[in-house]
Each structure stands twice: as C-alpha cells, then as structure tokens.
Design a binder for this molecule. Structure first.
Ligand SMILES: C[S@@+](CC[C@H](N)C(=O)[O-])C[C@H]1O[C@@H](n2cnc3c(N)ncnc32)[C@H](O)[C@@H]1O
Length: 516
C-alpha cells in the first residue's frame, strides 16, 4: 500500500445490520418469482412476502427447534418428559447457562411425531453487540484492551477480546453449536482459557481469504457479530490443535438454541419442520417397497422407516459411497432395519424396458453382493414399475437453508443447471414407479425453477402423473403463481418461506404425485 492510500479498516457489523446479498441477475431472477400475496386454502394462510424479507430472515436460525421422535425406539411422551428434564437442569459446567435460558417443549399441533422447543426469552439478542453484558468472573482484564484508540475506531469491543470464525462455523454457531478450533481464523492476542470472548463471523468479500492464525490487528475483512462465548483454551491452542472445542458459546446474537448435543441419541432427530412434512406427505404404508433416490445423510429415510414401523422395504440410494456407509451407521443407530443402503447414480437406476417376470427389487437385492466389504450392495438398477413409493429429494440450490450469512450462487445459469439435473432424476423415477404408486418431490430452495416449474414439467411431459393434494393437517403455504399451475394445483402443494410469520422455518418445497 502506498503512503497516501487510505488505511484499510475492517467492516464490523451487528447481525441486524448485515445484508445477505445476491448477484444482480440472480436477485432479478428470484425477485420476479415473488408476487405480493397468495391465496387461502385448508389450513394455508395468506401471506405477503418479497425477496428482501426472505434475505433478511435467512441470517438467523428459525426460532423453533424441531425434534422428530423416532417411533421405532421411543414415544412422544417419553421424549417430551426427557427434554423438559434436560432443559431445566443447570449445565453451568458446560458453559451453557448464563443466565439460564427457559424453553417450552410441546407436541406439534398436528404432526404426531414432532416435538417443538422454543426459547422463552426475546427471540434475538442482537443487542449484545453493544456489549452491555455485565463483566463476569472471567471477563477480560479491560486495562489490556483500552490501550489503543485504534481498536475503538476499528469498531472492536473494548470489553472483550475477539475471535473470528469462518462462515460455516458461524452458521453452525447460530444453530446452537460451539466453536471448534478448526473454524477459528483470527483472534486477539492474549486470550486465556475461561476468558469471555466476543465471537464474529468472517464474510469473505471477493473471495478474500484470511489465513488461520491471524492477529486481530491484521484483520481487515467484513465480519458480523455472533455472540459471547467462553474460551476453552488459550489463544495459541486454537491454532496448534486441529480438533476440539475452541469457544463454548454462552449467548447468541440470534434466537436462543437449546443445548441438545448427545441427548436422546437414536431416539430423536433434529430436523427442520418442512423436512418432517416430507415423510408424512409420502404417507408410506406397511409392506410398501419404497425407493429413496437421494438419501444421504438419511434423515427422511429413517423417518419413513419409523412411520412404517420397519414393516416394508426401503431402498436408500445416494451417489457417494462414503455417504452411504455413514448413512448405514446412522440407520443402525436409529434401529431402522428395513432400509437397504446402496451407492449408485440414481439418474441411471432404470434397467431396460419392462420384461416378462422381471426380478423385483427384493430379488435384485438378494442376488447382489458388496464390492468393498462395507455392506453396501452393488446394484445396477431396477426394472420399470418396481416401487410403490418414491421419495425424490434431489440436490438443489439450497437457497432455503437457514442460517445463511452469505450466498455462494454467482449466476442465474447455476440455478438453471440445478433444474436440468432434477429433471434427470424425474425421467428415471417415473418409469420405476408402479402404476398406482406415488412420488414425493422436495427441495430446500425458494427458487421457483426448481420447484413449481418442475411440477409443471412433470405434469406436461408425463401425462400419467397427476398431482395429489398434501393433506390439510400438514402445514405450509400454497405454491407460487407464474408457471401455469391452477389455483387448485397450487393448493395441493406445500411451500415454506423463510420469512413466513406463522411457520418460522427454512425455505422448502414439497409436492406429491400419483401415477395412473
Ligand atoms: C438434498 S440431499 C438429500 C438429503 C436427504 N434426502 C436427507 O433427508 O437426509 C441430495 C443428495 O443427493 C445426492 N446426489 C447427488 N447426485 C446424485 C445422483 N446422481 N444419484 C444419487 N444421489 C445423488 C447427494 O450426494 C446428496 O446427498
């Protein structure tokens, strides 16, 4: 930098001041999809929304935590009792109460295996940014920090030393995780074990990288305040170790998240509400032969097994072999014995035209072997008309996931590529489905071209496929207008907006089809 250049200063923001942005053409593409209101139908309510509201809500986690109860191992009542006891017990040793956060634990109004946990204090603690928190026993020795006016001018707190984490770590923290050392990029000098620190998320601008281990005075990036935590080790250990806890979060700038780590393992699964809606929309029956085409990490597959009490056959497929070995472990931990994991490209699972006496899925599995001694069967595919139900939850732009502090999509073409890939799964799924069978399609994106436009594609390209109404007891909004779906069709679908005041959840889409 030349001597006349303005010295760089970091951009230090509170979560409420942070704006999640999109490249202009992506913004325009999405903004065109959002009319100002949608109709009312069943338990579906009218909503006025726009893309800016959605982007604003994306920064924080949903205020409610959803625990899906694994009915294979426990009951909803047992889970509610255990969660109430757990959340009312002091956890000072783990730094998790200061002051103690109260939570309500309730059965969901209409979904039989869902328990909702909600923090009872104000939903957001962005005010912490002003550092009005009283200095506790572990507060920083302020004298050490008051040395520089520079520090104040740069916008760093005078009351706490600072730790800056990468974005992925930051998003996990806003969902209730602690900071693991490998997520820490930069920290003030002199941080001691047990010291209270202010934690920030680094948001890279123009792909600007921050080398791990940087001292705070050398940091000039853009960052947002996440909350206050207690350091689990001294500063040098952050960067000397590759695993372990770096900072235990004490107060979050976003909605409080209940501490549920390692609680009721195998008996509950933390899932977002719309993800729970998917298996209920599929409505599996005992004895069904079901294909889950994109199953990893496996939350929805395990849910389907829970709903049929292991009485049926679920073939769970994902392209990644490693993902499938992990999914197999997960299914085992959930007691989901009716799931057979396979690793394959689901867009290529369709074998030749229907043949007389074609082997059924069960026969194909019985004659398959595992190539790598990892119990993942090698299967080349299945014959047409093989499955009673198909669950298709394909890769998508994930523009509904929360919290999201930054969006990685650069062009509209990237969005359009997702929908082309989704169509490949559909072209394979429909012949594999039995006549009279049903298919549930879901994504975790708000992008209409991967949602409503895919429904239109299925209805126009495959006359054998009809939309089926998702039952009224399952919450959600109707589909967007603009891609030729009738009002009746839009109300058969469930869409979830991140900014919906009635269901504070992530962006999601679920549609169900019948093959006639
Ligand atoms: C949205 S995720 C599925 C999440 C999963 N249904 C759940 O609830 O845990 C999409 C998955 O599709 C997988 N995938 C991508 N391309 C695939 C392909 N051609 N065949 C099978 N799986 C694929 C990815 O590996 C990823 O795990």
């Amino acid at each position: 930098m030349g001597s006349n250049a303005t010295p760089e200063v970091p951009e230090v923001l509170s979560l409420s001041k942070l704006k999640v942005t999109l490249p202009q053409d992506v913004y325009n593409h999405l903004a065109r999809q959002y009319p100002t209101s949608r109709g009312v139908g069943g338990n579906v309510v009218e909503v006025t929304t726009d893309l800016d509201n959605i982007l604003e809500c994306m920064k924080t986690s949903p205020a409610e935590t959803c625990c899906r109860v694994n009915l294979l191992k426990t009951s909803v009542d047992e889970v509610i009792d255990a969660l109430k006891t757990h959340l009312s017990t002091k956890r000072e040793k783990n730094h998790e109460t200061s002051p103690k956060q109260e939570y309500s634990v309730q059965r969901h109004d209409t979904i039989k295996d869902l328990v909702i946990i909600r923090g009872l204090s104000s939903s957001s603690r962005d005010d912490l940014f002003r550092f009005s928190v009283p200095s506790g026993a572990h507060a920083t020795d302020k004298k050490e920090l008051l040395s520089g006016d520079v520090r104040r001018k740069k916008g760093w707190p005078m009351s706490h030393r600072v730790v800056i984490v990468d974005r992925f770590c930051a998003e996990a923290v806003l969902r209730g995780a602690h900071v693991f050392v490998k997520g820490i990029l930069c920290a003030d000098a002199g941080i001691k074990e047990e010291e209270e620190v202010a934690v920030y998320a680094h948001l890279s601008q123009n792909s600007r990288q921050v080398p791990r281990g940087l001292l705070l005075e050398h940091y000039f990036g853009k960052c947002a305040f996440l909350g206050i935590g207690r350091s689990c080790c001294k500063r040098s250990d952050y960067f000397a170790q590759s695993t372990g806890l770096g900072v235990a979060m004490v107060k979050l700038a976003g909605p409080p998240q209940p501490p549920l780590n390692a609680i009721l393992v195998g008996k509950i699964m933390l899932q977002n509400l719309p993800s729970v809606v998917v298996a209920h929309a599929l409505d599996p029956k005992e004895g069904d032969v079901i294909l889950d085409m994109c199953c990893a990490p496996g939350g929805k597959t395990a849910h389907v097994a829970s709903l049929i009490g292991n009485n049926g056959l679920i073939i769970a497929c994902d392209k990644g072999r490693k993902k499938m070995t992990q999914a197999r472990e997960f299914f085992h931990s959930m007691g989901a014995t009716c799931i057979v994991p396979i690793a394959a490209d689901s867009t290529k699972l369709l074998l030749a035209e229907a043949i007389d006496n074609a082997p059924r899925p069960k026969d194909i599995l019985e004659s398959a072997t595992s190539e790598n001694n990892d119990n993942i069967l090698k299967v080349n595919g299945f014959y047409p008309e093989s499955f009673d139900r198909i669950l298709l939850d394909p890769p998508c732009s994930a523009l509904g996931l929360r919290p999201k502090l930054q969006i990685d999509i650069n062009t509209t073409e990237e969005l359009l590529k997702h929908s082309e890939y989704q169509k490949q799964f559909i072209r394979c799924a429909i012949p594999l489905l039995k006549t009279g069978g049903t298919m549930t399609y879901s994504t975790c994106t708000i992008n209409q071209s991967e949602n409503e436009a895919i429904v239109s594609f299925i209805l126009s390209e495959f006359p054998c496929m009809k939309l089926l109404p998702i039952p009224d007891y399952l919450p959600g909004l109707p589909a967007l207008t603009g891609v030729g779906l009738s009002d009746e069709e839009r109300h058969m679908i469930r869409r979830f907006d991140p900014c919906d005041k009635n269901i504070d959840s992530m962006g999601f889409f679920v549609a169900k089809f019948y093959k006639q």
